[in-house]
Design a protein around this ligand. Structure first.
Ligand code: CO
Length: 274
């Protein structure tokens, strides 16, 4: 069983440079920092409530992560879900015939891990991890939501349920943007399946150009968005004023991915209309 998001991973050119944002400006705590020679990467985990942000930097040129960075630049790489029994999950996935990158678990930064092939998840690279005993643990809310762009919503909803055991609990139509948002809870974080409701909608156009998959962003709930915006601006980051977001009764403002080494940081305050 999958019970929450463990981490999202961002591929960066230099972890040391990226930490100047994630650790020094966002104020996150590094919980692990290791070079995994067999995979040719350095990985760092930063805690955010029950979730973590993983930074990965290739240390050799002959790796999949190095090619990903060369092709796509610094951006979101995968979403990792936590389980307490990875072997049971893998037995279930293999029995279902889900196309996997790893059919057996191996050691990774987050514990015993395995990757599902993105073909099986509508373009999303999914990692499943069973953390080691004594790993960082928190019951505080971490991410508010992540966004996944899907071309065929009905098919994607079925895949998320069958493959990960995670179900849509709420569908929100946003007519002004010709899009639908389907919320899939994983722990205290919502994964939003976002789809166009008309062929000419901006989301449908984006998918036609770039394909389905993760949107390189994470949303974080804040209590006082104006104070947060002022704090990031004082640190030299550009952010628009808070404005009404797509979710009901909420305002948002985003630090763009090009300022953060690949991950748009959307701040969201609920209970405020504008
Ligand atoms: Co990972």
């Amino acid at each position: 069983m999958i019970d929450r998001i463990h981490h999202i991973a961002v591929v960066v050119k230099s972890i040391d440079v990226a930490l100047e944002f994630y650790r020094d400006v966002m104020g996150l705590t590094v919980t692990d920092d290791r070079v995994m020679d067999d995979q040719g990467v350095r990985g760092v985990l930063l805690a955010m409530g029950e979730n973590e942000i993983e930074l990965i930097e290739p240390v050799r040129e002959d790796t999949g992560v190095a090619r990903y960075l060369a092709n796509k630049g610094e951006t979101l790489h995968h979403i990792c879900f936590r389980t307490h029994d990875i072997d049971a999950e893998l037995a279930r996935l293999n029995a279902q015939g889900v196309e996997m990158i790893d059919t057996t678990s191996r050691n990774g930064l987050a514990g015993r891990i395995a990757f599902i092939h993105p073909k099986s998840m509508h373009g999303v690279l999914v990692e499943i991890a069973q953390p080691p005993v004594g790993a960082h643990e928190s019951s505080a809310k971490g991410f508010d939501h992540l966004a996944v762009l899907v071309g065929d919503y009905a098919a994607a909803r079925e895949t998320w349920k069958r493959t990960l055991g995670l179900e849509v609990v709420r569908e929100i139509e946003v007519p002004a943007r010709q899009q639908g948002i389907a919320q899939v809870p994983a722990g205290q974080c919502m994964v939003e399946l976002i789809y166009g409701t008309a062929p000419e909608s901006p989301i449908a156009q984006r998918i036609e150009q770039n394909g389905e998959g993760m949107s390189p962003m994470v949303a974080i709930e804040v209590k006082d968005i104006d104070a947060e915006i002022a704090r990031y601006r004082a640190a030299g980051y550009t952010m628009p004023d808070a404005a009404t977001g797509p979710l009901p009764v909420s305002v948002t403002s985003t630090i763009s991915a090009d300022q953060t080494h690949g991950l748009g940081i959307q701040l969201i305050q609920f209970g405020r209309a504008s």
